[in-house]
Design a protein around this ligand. Structure first.
Ligand code: NAG
Ligand code: NAG
Length: 250
């Protein structure tokens, strides 16, 4: 179960073997997001190159996947907010280095607890392009069959290239027997669709809340199910990082 950003090589081989089975539609199987449609999306970059997504949950914090930093020191990464077209130096952008990171029992062997809080080096300014996404309450459940959305700059197909603009796909929460207790899993029922390389860390939005963080996909992109870290299991911990005790009522 390798994390999304490590799958590229293997995926390129698999896709050629499977290409005859189903058409590879355009994230996979989605459409181009509109500008300002997902203003809480963060592009996490290394030397100007996007490698993971994230979600702005506080003016000082971005939520992403711990697996994004398996092979990269967060000290060299940048967080870009307010981005849309990755090929342009947009005026809407705010760029940050990472002040500190917080993780909670991340287990890279089992891909469990795959989430990470990045503290930005300074406060983000909230604008029409830079908006906070709300989180679910502790232990909130998402029922199987719920329709959610996932958006990101990840590849449009296995082994392909990053998308220039964020793409969005509607996905459906799978039954628990196709998932694990600490994950939320999704699929696209009628065709190929889902997360791909470069979408790691991007949020899963259900009923307007960031219920998931893209963690991994055991199958080639678009085949599903996709595994997301279940954010509701970490809400109390997230709050304790955002508002450390003893700092008064923020
Ligand atoms: C936020 O706005 C202030 C005032 O315009 C500016 O000085 C600061 O650099 C901005 N911060 C970011 C992260 O862009
Ligand atoms: C996708 O989900 C959004 C938000 O839930 C909904 O408005 C839209 O109609 C859905 N699109 C499709 C093609 O199902």
């Amino acid at each position: 179960m390798p994390p999304l950003r490590l799958l590229a090589l293997l995926a390129g081989l698999l896709v050629s073997a499977r290409a005859g089975l189903a058409p590879l539609v355009d994230i996979v199987g989605g459409r181009k997001a509109r500008r300002l449609e997902f203003p809480f999306l963060a592009s996490i970059q290394n030397e100007g190159r996007h490698f993971c997504g994230g979600a702005l949950i506080h003016t000082r914090f971005v939520l992403t996947a711990a697996s994004c930093f398996r092979n990269l020191n967060p000290g060299v990464a940048m967080v870009v907010l307010g981005a849309y077209d990755l090929r342009r130096r947009e005026r809407s952008r705010q760029t940050f280095s990472i002040g500190s990171i917080s993780e909670n029992r991340y287990d890279p062997q089992e891909n469990l607890n795959d989430l990470l809080l990045l503290q930005l080096d300074r406060e983000a300014n909230l604008t029409s392009n830079v908006v906070l996404v709300p989180l679910p309450p502790q232990n909130a459940m998402v029922e199987a069959g719920t329709s959610c959305q996932v958006a990101g700059w990840g590849n449009r197909k296995n082994g392909g290239r990053l998308s220039r603009f964020p793409r969005v796909v509607n996905v459906t929460v799978t039954p628990e027997n196709r998932c694990r207790p600490n994950n939320l899993c999704t699929g696209v029922l009628t065709r190929r669709g889902g997360i791909c390389q470069g979408d790691g860390g991007t949020p899963l939005i259900c009923n307007g809340l960031a219920h998931g963080v893209a963690s991994f996909s055991p199958n080639p992109c678009g085949k599903g199910p996709d595994f997301f870290t279940r954010v509701a299991l970490f809400r109390d911990w997230i709050d304790s990082v955002l508002n450390p005790p003893g700092q008064g009522l923020a």
